[in-house]
Design a protein around this ligand. Structure first.
Ligand code: ZN
Length: 133
């Protein structure tokens, strides 16, 4: 893995949290994007080399809606950039980690992504992401 690419934070209202985090970081989100397949609206802030992704549910049955229902707003996942997502997925399966899905999916911010099951990573939801060519 190359670096922490972004930290994902689950929020109830993207509009309200965009204002809050813009104040916190002293800058506006550089991107706001819906990922319909995941049932989320997202926004991205750049903080040095790392990004912060805010996620708001657009559907009641989306993973973010369920997360907020169970645990409230807060840190949802940590995303690590990888050079070759398929190779990294294969390596991690070989090490005994459990993937949530077996092929990469399209994520926000021009990325191919994959999630590891938090059961196999001490309760931390980990995302792998690779910039699309
Ligand atoms: Zn993410």
């Amino acid at each position: 893995m190359l670096k922490v690419e972004h930290i994902g934070i689950a929020v109830k209202s993207l509009t309200e949290s965009n204002d809050l985090f813009a104040k916190l970081f002293g800058q506006e989100a550089y991107k706001i994007e819906e990922v319909a397949s995941e049932g989320v609206n997202t926004s991205f802030f750049k903080v040095g080399e790392t990004k912060v992704e805010l996620l708001e549910a657009t559907q009641e049955n989306s993973a973010i809606a369920k997360f907020i229902e169970k645990r409230g707003e807060g840190i949802h996942h940590i995303a690590f950039e990888v050079a070759d997502i398929e190779a990294e997925m294969e390596r991690l399966v070989g090490e005994g980690f459990q993937l949530i899905h077996t092929t990469p999916k399209d994520g926000a911010d021009n990325k191919r992504i994959c999630f590891l099951h938090p059961k196999s990573t001490n309760g931390v939801l980990i995302e792998l992401c690779q910039e699309k060519q």
